[in-house]
Write a protein that binds this ligand. Structure first.
Ligand code: MF3
Ligand code: CO
Ligand code: CO
Length: 280
């Protein structure tokens, strides 16, 4: 009996290795599960675009997302997560992240991040992107463009042998070159068969620092960028994070996996709507 369990544990270990930093190394076959979950989350964000307009409430958008998740036979990762009760976070204007959907009515020129995480067959797909209600104001457009491009530059730094510090550095230098700031109070995270796992993926940092990237690591990159100062505060609801100086904030998020020679993005938009240059 004893030796059987030992062997099982040994086999289990080879199936799911962890690095010294506690980062799980997934197998080749696991990428397929992440692609299914990631594509669903991205498709939901595609479908929600037509429902973002002045006069719409954020709770109506969340209700649609709840239905889309159910319709797909998937599970929302956020409903019931630490007491959170919604299928999305919707963060409007100076809300940095974790905005709670509610009766707030969107008005012309509001920008918003919608963040959706679904579970499909045990795999987590976590992605967010920016939307605009009505006409996109010029300074918001600049913020959204820089945030999007910063995420994509961070993703370009993902390959075996690079470090998490390289990712953060790529994001930070780009954002700060545009005289905007990177939020320090929230970070990306490992994910896969769990929602949040090591490592913390910082969106700032120095080259060559932090854990070394290895093939089979799955994590999110989700920079939050402010037009003003980086400091945030959390409101009395214990979720909503806002910029302390009330400046506009934007965020984009992809779930990615490290491949033998680069990166695999699990949450690419099937309709090509990730970047909101389209107008609603
Ligand atoms: N999807 C968020 C992330 O990117 C987490 C939201 S947790 C919630 O990690 F409870 F606020 F929904
Ligand atoms: Co995330
Ligand atoms: Co998210």
């Amino acid at each position: 009996m004893h030796h059987v369990r030992f062997l099982e544990r040994l086999l289990d270990k080879t199936r799911s290795r962890k690095t010294r930093d506690g980062i799980r190394i997934y197998e080749q076959a696991d990428f397929a599960g992440m692609h299914v979950a990631g594509a669903l989350a991205a498709r939901i964000l595609d479908d929600v675009a037509q429902h973002v307009f002045p006069g719409q409430t954020t709770e109506a958008i969340d209700r649609l997302i709840t239905h889309m998740v159910e319709e797909a036979g998937a599970t929302s990762a956020t409903i019931g997560y630490k007491g959170y009760q919604h299928a999305s976070c919707i963060s409007v204007n100076h809300v940095v992240c974790h905005g709670i959907p509610g009766p707030k009515v969107l008005k012309d020129g509001d920008i918003l991040n919608i963040d959706v995480t679904v579970i499909v067959d045990g795999w987590y797909g976590d992605t967010s992107r920016m939307y605009v209600a009505g006409k996109l104001p010029r300074k918001a457009e600049r913020l959204i463009q820089v945030t999007h491009d910063a995420l994509m530059l961070g993703i370009e730094a993902v390959k075996p042998g690079n470090t998490f510090g390289d990712i953060g550095h790529a994001i930070q230098t780009y954002v700060e070159a545009h005289r905007m700031s990177v939020v320090r109070d929230f970070c990306g995270h490992g994910l896969g068969q769990v929602f949040h796992a090591p490592p913390n993926v910082l969106h700032y940092g120095r080259p060559g620092t932090g854990a070394v990237l290895e093939e089979g690591m799955f994590f999110t990159i989700e920079p939050m960028v402010n037009l003003g100062r980086p400091e945030t505060k959390t409101l009395a609801d214990d979720w909503t994070a806002v910029t302390r100086d009330k400046s506009l904030s934007a965020q984009f998020e992809h779930s990615v996996g490290v491949t033998s020679d680069g990166v695999d993005i699990f949450t690419l938009s099937p309709a090509g709507l990730f970047h909101p240059t389209y107008q609603s």
